[in-house]
Design a protein around this ligand. Structure first.
Ligand SMILES: N[C@@H](CCC(=O)N[C@@H](CS)C(=O)NCC(=O)O)C(=O)O
Length: 203
């Protein structure tokens, strides 16, 4: 049995979405953020020292990092969500998978945290905003006419990129990045995404 340690309103929704797309059996172990601090509960530290979500248990092994989890699930159960090894598309796909956490999240998190500083963070804002915009623009330009990244059907890269792409809509920047906004709406309307939302507890 696959078990997913899921924190509400977190990146682990992308893992539940993937499990639903693949029609796999799984169990969700839910953790709730502290309503004031928004941090995960201490109980998650018993699962992984960082106390962050997602953490997956599959075939007796425990694995953290959403990108690694998505790759591991696809390697075992979802070959159709990854382009053929050795192809040009495979390289682009790998690039996007790692971009989602390794690059895009840096300006997104800086924007969030430095924004909390108000005026004290003002000297950092021009750089943060230009990095945020260039990362959104790269995603906007990377979308294919089919509305997907890399393949003309759903791939694991789409599943990874839903999180940084969703920030465009959260920041109300849909008009600047219309293709990204359409991507988010389209992915969210998929039946498997809706089932994932339900399994995750609605958020
Ligand atoms: N790079 C990691 C990031 C994991 C992470 O930061 N998870 C957040 C939720 S989106 C978390 O658990 N935060 C709670 C906390 O830091 O207390 C991944 O992709 O899995």
């Amino acid at each position: 049995m696959i078990r997913i340690h899921h924190l509400n309103q977190s990146r682990s929704l992308r893992v539940i979405w993937l499990l639903e797309e693949l029609g796999l059996d799984y169990e969700v172990i839910r953790y709730e953020r502290d309503p004031k601090t928004r941090l995960a509960p201490e109980a998650l530290k018993a699962i992984h020292p960082l106390g962050k979500s997602p953490v997956l248990e599959m075939e007796g092994a425990r694995i953290a990092e959403s990108g690694a989890i998505v790759e591991a699930i696809c390697a075992r159960h979802g070959p159709d969500l990854v382009p053929e090894a050795g192809s040009e598309a495979y390289l682009r796909h790998l690039e996007w998978i790692h971009f989602a956490e390794g690059s895009a999240m840096t300006p997104i998190l800086l924007n969030l945290y430095v924004g909390l500083l108000g005026e004290a963070g003002a000297p950092l804002q021009p750089r943060i905003q230009s990095e945020l915009t260039s990362h959104f623009q790269l995603m906007e330009d990377g979308l294919r006419p089919s509305g997907h990244f890399v393949m003309d059907q759903l791939s694991a890269a789409d599943i990874m990129l839903i999180f940084p792409a969703g920030v465009v809509t959260r920041l109300g920047r849909e008009e600047e990045f219309p293709k990204l906004a359409a991507f988010v709406a389209e992915m969210r309307s998929r039946p498997a995404f809706q089932r994932a939302l339900q399994a995750a507890g609605g958020d």
